[in-house]
Design a binder for this molecule. Structure first.
Ligand code: HPA
Ligand code: ZN
Length: 334
């Protein structure tokens, strides 16, 4: 199974680029930019990555992002992730970034965007990895701040395909951002949102009904509403599930208790993703392997996660067909 997963062409739809900042690069950038970090070594950083819930992770995650200052830093961060994609045989990726984490520290929106897109362009040209960029609003901040961020993004509409919603879910329901999502969709952005990771199943319904999302990020708490599970299966509303993240943040106690295989078998369009791989202990192959180790799944079922991700992706029809052909050929020839 390990070899099958390694060589399976994969598509990632839930990856926070700031969450791919490995401790070694964090140190290098801290030194380069003369930013203080409260750790003496990369090993010490890793030892601090024990989380009890989403907020305990976010506190450390936002602190880590402080070392990102120059356009080159955002390039280096994104390029390191793309090299990892190549090793894991990820052929297409749709990446989140959190502009407010940077603009609130005085970093220009354009600096962040230029660095990330320069790496993504090079990834397409040199590695053949196609990609899209999704800008997330931080839901612990207010609606005005989200509107201001959307205004900053409008001139860059061609380089950002969609908007998302992340950060602390509990107490920050979808309706807080109903108007800003309506404006974003009017401006041509596709919508996604984190929902049902720590928040209740009603947040998943509200993200669909009030925010007009095309995918739900996480969504694993849908099982608390049986009718919702049936609706998600019928509509094929994709869930971008992140197995290692869910266990690290104690959404599930153990990978054997994770519901992703159950959801797959109930006909939902579930996909496997890495979320914040530098913090949660693994990239795409590690996430696939963790699911396969903990659950009795067939190769066909593992491949279905890739086929679901192609269906759920924002790639154009031509690229989707290309990716379907790559996966089909892989299944036919082994
Ligand atoms: N949930 C919410 N916000 C986030 C996450 C997540 O899994 N990762 C980075 N920001
Ligand atoms: Zn996430």
């Amino acid at each position: 199974m390990e070899n099958f997963i390694q060589a399976l062409p994969k598509i990632e739809l839930h990856l926070h680029i700031e969450g791919s900042l490995e401790p070694e690069l964090m140190f290098e950038l801290a030194h380069r930019n003369r930013v203080d970090i409260p750790f003496a070594s990369a090993d010490e950083v890793r030892a601090a990555y024990e989380f009890s819930n989403l907020q305990s992770f976010l506190d450390i995650y936002y602190q880590g992002a402080n070392v990102l200052v120059e356009e080159q830093d955002f390039f280096d961060l994104t390029w390191a992730y793309l090299e990892r994609c190549r090793r894991d045989n990820v052929v297409h990726t749709e990446i989140f970034f959190d502009p407010q984490t940077h603009t609130d520290r005085g970093i220009a929106f354009g600096t962040v965007l230029d660095g990330i897109t320069r790496a993504l362009d090079r990834g397409r040209d040199e590695l053949g990895i196609t990609s899209h960029l999704i800008m997330c609003f931080l839901r612990h901040l207010d609606e005005d701040a989200a509107f201001a961020t959307l205004e900053q993004a409008l001139p860059h509409r061609g380089r950002i395909i969609g908007v998302g919603l992340d950060s602390g879910e509990a107490g920050n329901p979808p309706e807080k951002f109903e108007r800003v999502f309506a404006r974003a969709r009017d401006a041509g952005f596709l919508a996604v949102a984190h929902a049902g990771e720590e928040g209740p199943a009603t947040y998943i319904r509200d993200a669909i009904d009030r925010l007009g999302v095309r995918r739900i990020d996480h969504g694993v708490r849908c099982v608390e509403d049986a009718a919702l599970v049936d609706e998600l299966a019928v509509s094929r509303m994709p869930l971008t599930v992140c197995p290692l993240s869910n266990v690290k943040l104690c959404v599930f106690r153990d990978m054997r208790e994770h519901n992703i295989v159950e959801l797959l078998r109930r006909g939902l369009c579930v996909t496997i993703n890495s979320d914040d791989p530098a913090y949660f202990g693994g990239y795409m192959n590690d996430n696939f392997l963790a699911v396969a180790d903990a659950h009795d799944v067939s190769q066909q079922e593992i491949a279905q996660f890739s086929l679901n991700a192609i269906e759920a992706s924002f790639a154009d029809a031509t690229r989707k067909q290309e990716m379907q052909a790559i996966v089909s050929e892989y299944l036919a020839t082994g």
